[in-house]
Design a protein around this ligand. Structure first.
Ligand code: GTR
Length: 387
C-alpha cells in the first residue's frame, strides 16, 4: 500500500518527467534528424506543450536530455557547505574582501577557493557569482564598479571541481569515479555549491543571486543556471559552442566536431556520437536558454568573436524568446553585442549590471537588451512558434 501511495504521489509530482526517468532514452542513431532548432515545446513522445501548466513537465524532460546526451549527469547535491575564512581586508573603496576555502562534500575533502567582495553597509546585497578565478581575479575596476553599484561579487575557482585537462583525476572525479559528467557539469555543480554557501550569509540577498562566466566558464554558468532555480539571473559571456551559440548553425564558429575533439573531457562521451549528425541532438542551445525561463537571462557577445558564433547566439536568443513570450515575460531574455573580440571586459560587466538593475532591482533601464545585430535568420532557423 505504502509503495502504491508513493508511486501515485511520485507520478503526480513528477508528471511528464516520469516518462523520461522510467523509460530508457533512445540511442543517438534512433533519434530523428531535425535540421532546424528543435521545437522546445515538443515532448519526446510527440505530444506538444499546450498550456503553461505543462511546461514544467517538458522542462524536466529537457533537463534530462541535456545531461544525458551532452554534458553528463551532475553529481548529487551534498548539503551543507563548510567555510573557513583565510583572510579578510578592507579595500580602498570601503568594500571588504574575504578569502575563503569551502569544503563542499560530506567528507570535507573537496575544497573550493572563493573570494568574496562585499560592499560597505549591512546589505543584504544582490550577489554575482563568477567561476573563473582559475584565470585570475576579476579586474579591480570591474570589482569596484560592481560593489559601488551595490553588488557583492563571489569569485570561485571552478577547476577545484574538475581540472581543465583531459584526465579524470582529482576533484569531483575522485568522489564520483563512475560518473559520466564532463568538466562543464562539474563546474556547474560548483556554481550550485557556492550558491548553497551564499544562501547561508545574512548579507547576501539570497533571492538575488546572479551567475556569470566567460567562454568555457560561460558554458558552465549557462548549464548551472538552467538546472538550478535558486539562481535569479544567468549571464554567459562569449560562451559560443555548447554555451549560448547553437550547434546546428555554427556559422564561422566552433563546431561540435571540433569541440569534442579538442576538449572531449568537457562533456559526456555521448556528445561525440553527434559529430556530423548534430541534427539528431534532441535539443539545441536555445533549449538551455529556455530552461532558465522565466528567470532573467542575458548573453553578452563580442562583434569580432567569430569563434563564439555570434549570429548563432542571436538565433538562440530569438528562439528561446518564444518560450519567454509563452511564459509571459519576453523582456526577461536579453542579448548585447559590443565591439571587440573574445574577453570578459568592463562593457560586458556593465551590461550585466544594467540588466540586473532592471530585472532584479526594478530600476528603469536606459538602454535596450533586445537589439539584433545580424540579419534576422530566424525564418531559416525554426518554423515552430509558441503554442
Ligand atoms: C576555445 C574553445 C571555446 C572557448 C574558449 C575559451 O579554445 O574552442 O569553446 O571555450 O576556448 O574558453 O576561452
Amino acid at each position: 500500500m505504502r509503495t502504491l501511495v508513493a508511486l501515485v504521489v511520485g507520478l503526480l509530482t513528477l508528471g511528464g518527467a516520469m516518462s523520461v526517468e522510467a523509460k530508457e532514452l533512445p540511442k543517438v542513431e534512433a533519434l530523428p534528424q531535425v535540421r532546424e532548432l528543435p521545437d522546445p515545446f515538443l515532448f519526446m513522445d510527440g505530444k506538444r506543450v499546450k498550456s503553461r501548466g505543462s511546461w514544467a513537465a517538458r522542462r524536466a524532460e529537457l533537463k534530462e536530455l541535456v545531461q544525458h546526451y551532452a554534458y553528463g549527469t551532475l553529481p548529487p547535491t551534498t548539503g551543507r557547505v563548510k567555510a573557513v575564512e583565510d583572510s579578510s581586508s578592507r579595500l580602498e573603496s570601503g568594500a571588504t574582501e574575504r578569502k575563503l576555502t569551502l569544503a563542499v562534500d560530506p567528507g570535507r575533502k573537496l575544497l573550493v577557493h572563493l573570494v568574496l567582495t562585499v560592499p560597505q553597509g549591512p546589505g543584504p546585497f544582490p550577489t554575482i557569482v563568477d567561476g573563473d578565478l582559475c584565470w585570475g581575479r576579476v579586474a579591480p575596476n570591474i570589482v569596484t564598479e560592481a560593489t559601488s553599484r551595490g553588488y557583492a561579487l563571489a569569485e570561485f575557482d571552478r577547476t577545484d571541481l574538475a581540472i581543465d585537462e583531459n584526465k579524470r583525476t582529482g576533484g569531483l572525479y575522485s568522489l564520483y569515479p563512475e560518473g559520466d559528467f564532463g568538466a562543464i557539469s562539474a563546474w556547474a555543480w560548483g556554481f550550485h555549491r557556492v550558491v548553497d554557501y551564499l544562501r547561508t550569509l545574512r548579507f547576501v540577498d539570497s533571492r538575488r543571486i546572479a551567475i556569470t562566466g566567460h567562454s568555457r566558464g560561460g558554458k558552465a554558468a549557462l548549464l548551472a543556471g538552467a538546472l538550478d532555480d535558486r539562481v535569479a539571473l544567468v549571464a554567459p559571456n562569449n560562451s559560443g559552442c555548447m554555451g549560448a551559440g547553437c550547434c546546428r548553425f555554427p556559422n564561422q564558429g566552433e563546431t561540435v566536431e571540433r569541440i569534442t575533439s579538442v576538449f572531449p573531457y568537457w562533456f559526456s562521451p555521448t556528445l561525440k556520437q553527434f559529430v556530423k549528425q548534430e541534427d539528431r541532438l534532441p535539443f539545441d542551445q536555445h533549449s538551455l536558454k529556455a530552461l532558465v525561463a522565466p528567470r532573467p537571462l542575458l548573453s553578452t557577445e563580442g562583434l569580432e568573436d567569430n569563434w563564439a558564433n555570434q549570429p548563432g547566439t542571436q538565433l538562440t536568443y530569438q528562439a528561446a524568446r518564444e518560450v519567454y513570450r509563452f511564459l509571459g515575460v519576453p523582456e526577461k531574455i536579453g542579448i548585447v553585442f559590443r565591439p571587440g573580440g573574445h574577453a570578459h571586459s568592463l562593457p560586458d560587466w556593465q551590461s550585466l549590471l544594467d540588466f540586473a538593475d532592471w530585472q532584479l532591482l526594478g530600476k528603469q533601464p536606459t538602454r535596450r537588451f533586445d537589439q539584433l545585430h545580424y540579419p534576422d535568420a530566424s525564418a531559416g532557423g525554426y518554423t515552430w512558434r509558441a503554442p
